[in-house]
Design a protein around this ligand. Structure first.
Ligand code: ZN
Length: 332
């Protein structure tokens, strides 16, 4: 036996608070691949997806986004990245208390290595545990110990009857196949017909989108539907519904400062769902601002989102993990 040079005791993996995978891409050539990979990760792993950096940032020599994850995710995520990184380079590094060493000396590369500008990294930093996961896959983890009524499906689990619908959903949904789609996929023929109805009610309806989203929020508020409000409040704001109207509605008040068409939607939908009829006065008011087709479409969108709220309530679906539920327990 030759004498080994004297070395300190080996480092313990307890030094590792979490991991990062930095996924590099060329904004001009491989961004679509990066988007695809990101979507796949979102659907499959409980990790924290960082922002897109289309320009170089920090020590990184190419556009990238970061994936932060806990140590127990490493054995499932990293081998999967090895097989699925395509043309992208990925730097996987531990987070200890020495970012420069973590990135330069102790990292592994998947795909061709790139430059890392270590001078921009400190040699001393606080331990950085993995932040709360923010992926669609995280929905598969129950918020409490209680078993989910319908465990979150993943795309890989869909059978031949479900897959065509799952693929259509993925093209338009901000929450993947979670929310109402998770129970709907259990009944794929019904699910497909509902999806087609949603398609009409979201993109082909005769009701202007601002008013259509307002009607959906009115139902979401009545049902205190976490998922409906979470998904549709940003859509309503984007469509031009004022933040004051949205926040007053959320607080359970009749919004002040509504335009005439908004006031008609509010009265019409609220009256129909709470009194089970529409008075002659309200109907006449609706006739002044809406066509017959719009009145029919408005009624259909409100009724549809009652059905969606029922589906969500029955399945106990909630907002993605790490996201704040819009309605707090105990509030009416
Ligand atoms: Zn990093």
């Amino acid at each position: 036996m030759t004498d080994l040079p004297e070395r300190p005791a080996p480092r313990s993996t307890s030094e590792i608070a979490s991991f990062h995978a930095h996924i590099y891409y060329d904004p001009a050539a491989t961004r679509l691949e990066a988007e695809q990979l990101r979507t796949w990760i979102d659907e499959r792993f409980s990790v924290t997806l960082g922002r897109w950096h289309d320009a170089k940032v920090g020590p990184h020599d190419q556009a990238m986004f970061q994936v932060a994850f806990a140590a127990d995710v490493f054995p499932v995520l990293v081998p999967w990245l090895m097989l699925n990184h395509g043309r992208l380079s990925i730097l996987v590094h531990p987070n200890t208390t020495n970012p420069r060493r973590d990135h330069l000396a102790d990292a592994v590369w998947i795909g061709p290595p790139l430059a890392v500008h270590g001078a921009k990294l400190p040699e001393q930093a606080a331990m950085e545990p993995a932040p709360p996961p923010n992926t669609a896959m995280t929905l598969a983890q129950p918020a409490t110990r209680k078993e989910r009524r319908f465990p979150q499906l993943t795309l890989d689990q869909l059978d031949e009857n479900q897959k065509p619908l799952g693929e259509q959903i993925m093209k338009v949904s901000s929450i993947g196949i979670a929310g109402p789609y998770n129970p709907m996929l259990r009944s794929p023929v019904l699910g497909q017909r509902l999806f087609d109805l949603f398609h009409y009610l979201r993109w082909e309806t005769s009701v202007p989108i601002r008013l259509n989203e307002f009607a959906i929020l009115i139902i979401g508020r009545q049902w205190r539907s976490q998922v409906e409000w979470y998904a549709h409040a940003p859509l309503a704001a984007k469509a031009g519904l004022s933040p004051e109207i949205i926040s007053e509605l959320k607080a359970g008040k009749q919004p002040s400062g509504m335009a005439e068409d908004e006031a008609v939607v509010y009265e019409f939908v609220t009256e129909l769902t709470t009194t089970k009829k529409v008075s002659d006065e309200t109907f006449a008011r609706a006739r002044k601002v809406f066509s017959d087709q719009q009145i029919v479409d408005l009624t259909a969108v409100a009724g549809n989102y009652v059905m969606v709220a029922m589906m969500l309530a029955m399945a106990e679906e909630t907002v993605p993990a790490g996201k704040e539920p819009p309605f707090k327990d105990g509030e009416k």
